[in-house]
Design a protein around this ligand. Sequence first.
Ligand code: HEC
Ligand code: HEC
Length: 185
Amino acid sequence: MDTVIGSLRRVVCASLLCACLGACIGVSPEQRLAKDLGPDTGGHQTGPLHRAGFPCTDCHGPLWWQDHPTFELAGTVYQSPTDDAGQRGAHVIIQDANGQTVTAVTNSVGNFFVVTSGGNFRGSSEGSLVVPAGFKFPLRVSVKTGSVEQKMRSLIWRETSCANCHAKKLGAGSNGRVFAMESTP
Ligand code: HEC
Ligand code: HEC
């Protein structure tokens, strides 16, 4: 009897150990975060068109995926707050605390991202804006489509992903998506 229990215990221990190893060693913090964010439903390969609407800098930030580009600021502009279609060609105007003003232009899925010229971003792609140095926070931003400019009244003090305050679902931490506005004739 003792030996049966003993071997049972060994089996249980072994399988617990396996589960633990799988969970602890197989998954890095960034992989866990990526998993928590859920799947990319946009159907694009990794690159400038992937993960529209996601908080880009949660992954492309200074802490993780060091061998991939660090974004100074990034986000997605939509055609409307409820539709999943991104707005191409929207101007995201960014003014930093030094008074430097730059404009990023969104790509075909509405994504834009800002990288520094000294960083490790190798490609130059639609939606990217290369600036000589990182921004001095706080930032003032506005979005211009056609002749209509919508200013965000508050300042961005620290957060580098628009999506972390502008999720599709409205709530305490979300002001709804950033979307383009048509000019009214
Ligand atoms: C869940 C994590 C995650 C999120 C969120 C995410 N990315 Fe990525 N992204 C990655 C990873 C990982 C790679 C590199 C993939 C590879 O090398 O195969 C990558 C690659 C890229 C690249 C190519 C980089 C290069 O060196 O050529 C661009 C551009 C990019 N992402 C833009 C974005 C934008 C814009 C957003 C937000 C709209 C975003 N990503 C959101 C994880 C993420
Ligand atoms: C720290 C949270 C936060 C971040 C980060 C943030 N926003 Fe906002 N945004 C808000 C809040 C809150 C409002 C509504 C009040 C206001 O205008 O300040 C707003 C409003 C706006 C508006 C005006 C919308 C309207 O209906 O008039 C635009 C445009 C906008 N944000 C664009 C952006 C863009 C682009 C980014 C990323 C570069 C961004 N925001 C990042 C919190 C944030």
